[in-house]
Design a protein around this ligand. Sequence first.
Ligand SMILES: [Zn+2]
Length: 297
Amino acid sequence: MRIKPSESEFSESRANALEAFMRCLETGDVAAAPKCVLVAAHPDDETLGAGAQLAGPLRRITIVHVTDGAPRKASEAIAHGFETPEAYARQRRQELAKAMEVAGIGADQLVELGIRDQESFLALNEISRRLAGIFVESGAEIVITHPYEGGHPDHDSAAFCVHAAHDLIEAKGDRAPVIVEFPSYHLKDEKLLTGHFLSDSVPLRANPLREINIHLSGPAKLRKLRILRSFASQLEVIRMFDVEWERFREAPAYDFSAAPHPGGLLYEAHDWGTSGVLWREKAVAGLRELAIRKERL
Ligand SMILES: [Zn+2]
């Protein structure tokens, strides 16, 4: 019979994993890094959020891409210079492979879930279950992903699925990884804000969030720029990001049934596959179907 660790053993190992993660980012020590998995919605999100760390202390990481980065609409492919969504998806896969080679991440460290761009909200439970399997199999102590910030529906879906996978693992009485997040982008005062956490998101946990801001200069910044240049089809978006800073914090326990912030969401101002209301309907239905215990909220 397997003896389950006690609640206090879980919380101690969570604190140790988070401490080790923060310390390895501070010192750049690869050997000190806990076992990490990064879950990105699209190819390039991993580099925008954590490129310098991937090429540095987190280089042994496993990176999961939820979508292929190519929406089903032919107009999106054509706007990027490709005849079909399939050709656009191939290009995005090749760009990612090149970028990760520049970063020093091996092809065996990459996992593709193969969901279509803008359609992850239609497969929340499938993605959550697959992620839970990957987290358990890899022995992940830390999982890094997007925050729930209303910037892109696939980013919010990645956040939802990582949190749901965490809760699925905990519901079985096993140790779930600590969730850490990096900011992508959202609407602030009706303008696009990149690289900063949503300031009015309310942490629901009693303990304060641990946050680390890393200033990139010299070789680290140059290397991140080199990795980013591999994403030739995305340079217009990438230019909007600040490459001087990478920020990470322990994720709050989100209420995915509520909007991430008051007012309109960035993706509601674009034709990116869904509205906030529809996304949240899917999230609520997903939580119900997964029957996740909510006592940690
Ligand atoms: Zn993205």
